[in-house]
Design a protein around this ligand. Structure first.
Ligand SMILES: Cc1cc2nc3c(=O)[nH]c(=O)nc-3n(C[C@H](O)[C@H](O)[C@H](O)COP(=O)(O)OP(=O)(O)OC[C@H]3O[C@@H](n4cnc5c(N)ncnc54)[C@H](O)[C@@H]3O)c2cc1C
Length: 302
């Protein structure tokens, strides 16, 4: 899903921008990873996934990132890795759906799926009922609450996993690459802002932020960029749709003939989004498949 999406993103971003005037800022900024336990494994993995990898010496490293105070034993650099500006991507996707004639109804939680003889007949919100030929559960961390249970499917193992993030205002060019170190990361945005993330917290449907997380993320960013003027702008939390292995569920419900899933993408929903949508659409309308569906089936072994 990553490789297909990685290949599709540049054209997708370009088309969405051209059609709707909102730039989702897909930028191939490259990724610097500080920690490496097994160089051979990294090298082999990158080669088998047709991704370039470089092992910069200190001189090359300081050319790549002059202000980054990173002195790890074995940093490596993946120049192909890119980023997309997630709020802008959602904004432009929304505009594209409307442009193509789709109707988006917001703040209407689906409360019930009405099922008769292995078939959904309609769905209910607090105020309305709706009918469709097919239905897709793509409700993120809430997907498990919506999924009807069946004999073959006792439980959809999706749970909310909170992530807290902060963003700084900073001079343009203070950081040029995405940086991953000790499980935390920095992402430079086009106009200079720098994101620092993130926590991984199993605390239910709770989106509160904590001073402790803010202090930890702030200390992490400041330790990597000690000479950069970082001004904290915002601190927030979101809920990831956690699944046991991080592998999403994409495809038909095993017992209900007009119900499909596209959920459980955990930490990589944006990384895998274009391919996930393509696979789901191909399965729903019976097009030839470009992506092997088996690993993402509901009953797949994980
Ligand atoms: C701090 C943080 C950092 C992250 N970083 C990255 C990253 O770097 N790269 C990456 O790829 N991913 C990242 N993710 C993960 C990514 O955000 C998720 O994988 C992705 O958002 C999942 O998309 P989704 O559409 O399945 O769920 P969501 O984005 O959660 O969307 C689900 C939607 O369903 C709606 N909904 C819920 N219940 C109902 C209902 N009953 N009726 C109707 N609608 C309903 C919700 O309101 C919501 O709009 C991060 C997440 C967090 C929190």
């Amino acid at each position: 899903l990553f490789l297909w999406s990685h290949a599709a993103y540049p054209q997708l971003a370009k088309t969405l921008h051209a059609e709707n005037g909102i730039d989702p800022e897909w930028i191939q900024s490259g990724l610097l990873i500080a920690d490496c336990e097994n160089r051979n494994l990294v090298q082999t993995w990158c080669e088998s996934h047709t991704l370039s990898v470089e092992w910069p010496d200190p001189k090359r490293f300081s050319e790549l990132e002059p202000d980054l105070a990173l002195a790890p034993p074995s940093p490596h650099y993946l120049p192909d890795i890119a980023q997309v500006r997630n709020p802008r991507l959602l904004k432009v996707m929304r505009a594209e759906v409307v442009r193509l004639g789709g109707i988006i109804m917001e703040h209407q939680a689906v409360t019930e799926l009405m099922i008769n003889d292995h078939h959904i007949t309609q769905i209910r919100t607090a105020t309305q009922t709706y009918r469709a030929e097919s239905y897709v559960i793509a409700a993120g961390a809430w997907s498990g609450q919506l999924a009807p249970l069946g004999k073959e499917l006792p439980q959809l193992p999706i749970e909310p996993v909170k992530g807290q993030m902060i963003i700084f205002e900073a001079p343009v060019g203070s950081l040029r690459h995405i940086v991953l170190s000790e499980g935390r990361y920095l992402i430079p945005r086009k106009e200079g802002r720098i994101l620092a993330g993130s926590t991984v917290e199993y605390t239910g449907f709770d989106k509160s932020t904590s001073d402790q997380a803010r202090q930890e993320l702030e200390a992490f960013a400041r330790s990597l960029l000690p000479d950069v003027d970082l001004r904290l702008e915002k601190h927030w939390a979101g809920l990831r749709p956690g699944s046991p292995t991080g592998i999403p569920f994409i495809g038909p419900h095993p017992e209900i003939d007009n119900l499909f899933f596209n959920c459980g993408h955990f930490r990589n929903g944006f990384v895998m989004a274009p391919a996930s949508a393509r696979l789901l659409a191909d399965l729903m309308i019976g097009r030839p498949l470009e992506i092997e569906p088996k690993p993402y089936r509901l009953m797949a072994e994980r």
